[in-house]
Design a binder for this molecule. Structure first.
Ligand code: TYM
Length: 333
């Protein structure tokens, strides 16, 4: 085992991956691969908490795996697998559910939003407990996510502390890693709400695999404001500020630098510039995606699941023992 700290994160295979997912989370996944022992997961068990079609799910989880590889998750440096193939996640989730208060779950804003849209069920309610188990089953120290996951991460931290104080030191308290810029990319149509996979209007987002012309169109139609000045102000100018964030992240330039250059540029021209930068930035991802072979990716995922299972089983032996589930006969140590 390496002496590096462990980083874990997950992404749902629902809908398609957009630039919010990429800028808020996936770029960090890729950047952290060398400095951490990195474990990344396509969280397909989370995806069945809302109505779904099994055939479509089967296809979209493979596509999600392919996109993760295409953005630069490298199976030689990271463990990558499907959550449903590592049953220890669900086992630990059950254990953690017994120390989770209903009050904490009732306060989850994502539960309320999703339940309002898709209808409630016990799995959707318990979703954050499974997410905590994902992180804790690998004893992860850090979790790269966008800022919409903060409330879930807080529960994971609480559960880690509660388990440790009740049953003995077992889990690190995982730290959230969010990028300084890009932790919350906003909808292109309504820049006061976040860009989301589940928004009914596809014009609100740009997907990593969108055709260049679609990307250009989406940015041309992006909602801005009635002024004529390009400056960064998330309160007063959420649309322009979101476009500045996106441009800065795709061109690796600072906001100040961009504001200086584009301050007096007409909005229409500025939106074309942003669209072009995104088309260019996504082009290597598109080519990498279409160059991947499904069978090869399936092999990578099977190997990842085997390794993740071995690893999680090693961690669970000590968790089980703490709860009195030691497989051996005799006294508890
Ligand atoms: P998911 O699949 O909704 O999103 C994947 C990642 O993308 C981030 N994200 C964003 N970042 C910036 N701007 C946005 N508009 C935006 N939209 C999404 C999310 O914060 C996330 O990091 N519950 C998680 C999946 C999960 C998980 C885990 C994550 C399950 N178990 C354990 C970390 C650790 C989710 O639904 O992400």
């Amino acid at each position: 085992m390496s002496d590096k700290k462990t980083v874990f994160s997950g992404i749902q295979p629902t809908g398609d991956i957009h630039i919010g997912n990429y800028l808020g989370a996936l770029r960090n996944w890729v950047n952290l691969q060398d400095s951490y022992d990195a474990i990344y997961c396509v969280v397909d068990l989370h995806a069945i908490t809302v109505p779904f079609d099994p055939v479509a799910l089967h296809r979209s989880r493979l596509n999600t795996a392919k996109l993760l590889l295409a953005v630069g998750v490298d199976p030689a440096r990271s463990l990558l697998y499907f959550q449903s193939q590592v049953p220890q996640h669900a086992e630990l989730s059950w254990m953690l559910s017994t120390i989770t208060s209903l009050g904490a779950l009732n306060r989850m804003t994502q539960f309320k939003e999703k339940a309002n849209k898709a209808g409630e069920n016990l799995g959707l309610f318990a979703y954050p407990v499974l997410m905590a188990a994902d992180i804790l089953v690998h004893k992860a120290h850090a979790v790269p996510v966008g800022d919409d996951q903060t409330q879930h991460l807080e529960l994971a931290r609480d559960l880690s502390e509660r388990f440790n104080s009740r049953y003995g030191e077992e889990f690190p308290v995982p730290e959230q890693i969010t990028p300084e810029m890009g932790a919350r990319i906003m909808s292109l149509k309504n820049p006061t709400t976040k860009m989301s996979k589940s928004d009914e209007d596809p014009n609100t987002r740009v997907l990593l695999l969108d055709e260049p012309d679609t990307i250009r169109k989406r940015f041309k139609a992006a909602v801005t404001d009635s002024e004529r000045e390009i400056r960064y102000d998330r309160e007063e100018k959420p649309g322009i500020s979101n476009l500045l964030d996106i441009l800065a992240l795709f061109t690796q330039r600072s906001i100040d630098d961009l504001v200086e250059e584009y301050h007096d540029t007409p909005y229409g021209h500025f939106k074309v510039t942003v669209g072009e930068a995104v088309v260019e930035g996504l082009s290597p991802i598109r080519s990498a995606f279409y160059g991947l072979d499904d069978e090869e990716v399936t092999r990578i995922m099977v190997k990842g699941a085997l390794d993740a299972r071995t690893r999680a089983e090693g961690e669970m032996a000590s968790v089980r023992k703490k709860l009195g589930f030691d497989a051996r006969l005799g006294q508890r140590a």
